[in-house]
Each structure stands twice: as C-alpha cells, then as structure tokens.
Design a protein around this ligand. Structure first.
Ligand SMILES: [Fe+2]
Ligand SMILES: [Fe+2]
Length: 171
C-alpha cells in the first residue's frame, strides 16, 4: 500500500506533467486560431476550417487535463507555454502545426510512461488518449502539406473554389 507522503509525491509529479500539458494545449489553441483567422482572410476556407476544428479539439484537451488536475486536488495553471508565431504563409503554417503535433506525441508518450512508473494509471490513460488524437492531427496536417508539395499552392485555391461550388443553391 502506498503511504500518504508517497501519494502526495506521485500526485505532485502527475500534476506537473498535467499543467505543463495544459500550457502546451493553450499555446496550440492560440496558434491554430491565429492560423484560422489568417487563412479565412486569405479566402482559404477549407484549410481555415481545419485549423478551427483542431483548435476546438485542443480546447477539449485542456478541459480533460483540467478535470484530471482537479481530481488530483491541484490548481489549473491557465498560462500558454509560449507566444503565437506570426506565420501567414499556408505551407509554413502547416509545417509549424505538424511540428507542434509531433512534439505533443513525443511529450505525451513520455508523460504516459512517467505516469506508469508512478502507478498513476488514470493520468497515464489520459495521456495515451491524447497521443492518439495528436497523431491524427499530425496526419491531417501532413496530408495537406504533401498536397501543397505535389500540386503547389494552387491546390488550396482549388480546394476553396470547389467548396464554394458545393454550397447549396450553386449549380
Ligand atoms: Fe492536444
Ligand atoms: Fe493536436
């Protein structure tokens, strides 16, 4: 049986990992919303929507992490890990987003392993669930980036054009 001081130490280690992740998720929310606004302004609707949808999912991650922090009797530190990068080129945005997702996959795999060593299976499972989400985000961003590399930036314009034509009432 784990003694009380050990339990406190375990919770402290898990809380540190959880709060660091909240900070990274908040940074991702800010960054992806910035990309969403910029792409909307450039008339690139589908890619703009992809960033908005992903930002909302990252906000859901903040919520899941915060719920776990409160369950462990910790305080949720709502501070983003870093400032927004003012990137306006769509390919550079996707490259940056893919990098961020890869970093999250690496960090959350590591955090899950640390929580397993702390015998904190609840937090470990949360990090494992986040790994799966971040891998799917990475996959989506990488696919868009691959299409731009193959077909050039006109791919994004054509993507927007076909979406406009698909709107109800359009022939
Ligand atoms: Fe996330
Ligand atoms: Fe993500």
């Amino acid at each position: 049986m784990i003694s009380t001081p050990d339990r406190a130490a375990t919770a402290k280690s898990s809380l540190d990992l959880l709060n660091r992740s909240v900070a990274d998720e908040l940074q991702a929310v800010h960054q992806y919303m910035y990309f969403h606004f910029q792409l909307g302004d450039q008339g690139l609707g589908p890619l703009s929507s992809l960033f908005k949808r992903t930002a909302i999912m990252e906000m859901g991650h903040v919520e899941a992490l915060a719920e776990r922090i409160l369950f462990l009797k910790g305080e949720v530190e709502m501070t983003a890990a870093g400032p927004v990068a003012k990137i306006t080129d769509p390919a550079a945005m996707l490259a940056r987003a893919a990098e961020m997702e890869q970093a999250s996959v690496r960090d959350y795999n590591h955090a899950a392993k640390e929580c397993a060593a702390l015998a904190d299976a609840g937090t470990q499972q949360l990090f494992e669930r986040l790994v799966a989400d971040e891998e799917s985000h990475f996959d989506q961003f990488e696919k868009q980036l691959d299409h731009i590399k193959c077909f050039g930036l006109s791919y994004l314009a054509l993507q927007s054009f076909s979406t406009l034509n698909a709107l109800p009432g359009k022939e």
